[in-house]
Design a protein around this ligand. Structure first.
Ligand SMILES: NC(=O)c1ccc[n+]([C@@H]2O[C@H](COP(=O)([O-])OP(=O)(O)OC[C@H]3O[C@@H](n4cnc5c(N)ncnc54)[C@H](OP(=O)(O)O)[C@@H]3O)[C@@H](O)[C@H]2O)c1
Length: 254
């Protein structure tokens, strides 16, 4: 259901990829927190099952600029601003491709797909959502937020085991994009925190094939990860823009 409620002081959030494992858990957390008056949530191929009076569902392919523009049009019809944006979209494997263990498995199409789904969308979102973030309700202790779920494997300095060329490189590219955006918006869009987040190893479809070597206490449920990530976001201050943070609110080196 789409509400035509233009209350200018209504707190609003956009969760992109809200039918994914982590995105869905974030949505549930934010509904239950009562922190937001309005929640825009996007889905792609999987139909949403979680419905709430405050949630407006939008179907979006975040790799297509036209689809993002269509989404922004609907958001603008229903809100003057966005306070938080969280992009929880990503891929690691497909039905036909697993992440590479060695360079002989490297295939251009799979590499480009990783770049397209993991690196590109946050830049397109930033390009088209800037005006909505500009009107966010910002206070010094409560900045507006533009967050993307990245992955620790995107850290160059943390890369000790190798492998996963396409996923790793797409997350590194994402991180560079968001660091660059944080610098630009630090000049032109005050008090908006641009951050990339490491959610932990989380029990979702994305990680299923790779959970074998993960100790039980190191594998988070999606709910657990979302609780920790929301706490990290709630703790952000304006000066935290441009950081790569993990679920425990610890800084990850690039
Ligand atoms: N799970 C982990 O252990 C882990 C660890 C580190 C980082 N991460 C990161 O966390 C994020 C969320 O992952 P997850 O574990 O929640 O995976 P997931 O359950 O597979 O969710 C991924 C989401 O991305 C969406 N998506 C894929 N392509 C899309 C597109 N073109 N347009 C719009 N949506 C698209 C999927 O929607 P459809 O299925 O409908 O296409 C799905 O909602 C990813 O960025 C991932 O890299 C996860």
């Amino acid at each position: 259901m789409i509400k035509n409620n233009h209350k200018t002081n209504a707190k609003t959030v956009l969760i992109v990829g809200a039918t994914g494992g982590i995105g869905g858990a974030l949505l549930e957390q934010l509904i239950n927190s009562n922190q937001f008056d309005k929640i825009f949530a996007t889905y792609h191929s999987r139909q949403p099952t979680l419905h709430d009076d405050n949630v407006i569902w939008l179907q979006v392919d975040v790799t297509l600029e036209a689809s993002i523009k269509k989404m922004v049009k609907v958001i603008r019809e229903n809100s003057s601003h966005l306070d938080w944006v969280i992009n929880a979209v990503g891929i690691l494997h497909t039905d036909s491709h697993q992440p590479e263990k060695a360079i002989r498995q490297f295939e251009p199409d799979f590499f480009m797909l990783n770049m397209r789904v993991n690196a590109l969308p946050s830049l397109l979102l930033a390009k088209h959502l800037k005006p909505l973030l500009k009107s966010a309700i910002r206070e010094s202790h409560q900045p507006a937020i533009f967050a993307t779920i990245s992955a620790r494997v995107g850290s160059i300095s943390d890369n000790r085991v190798g492998g996963w060329y396409s996923y790793r490189m797409s997350k590194t590219a994402l991180n560079m994009g968001m660091k660059t955006l944080a610098i630009e918006w630090g000049r032109s869009l005050k008090n908006v925190c641009v951050v990339v987040l490491q959610p932990g190893t989380v029990d979702t479809d994305l990680s299923k094939p790779f959970q074998g070597n993960v100790a039980e206490d190191k594998l988070f449920s999606a709910d657990d990860s979302a609780t920790k990530l929301v706490a990290v976001l709630q703790n952000l201050q304006g000066q935290d823009t441009g950081l790569f943070l993990d679920w425990a609110d610890k800084r990850i080196e690039w």
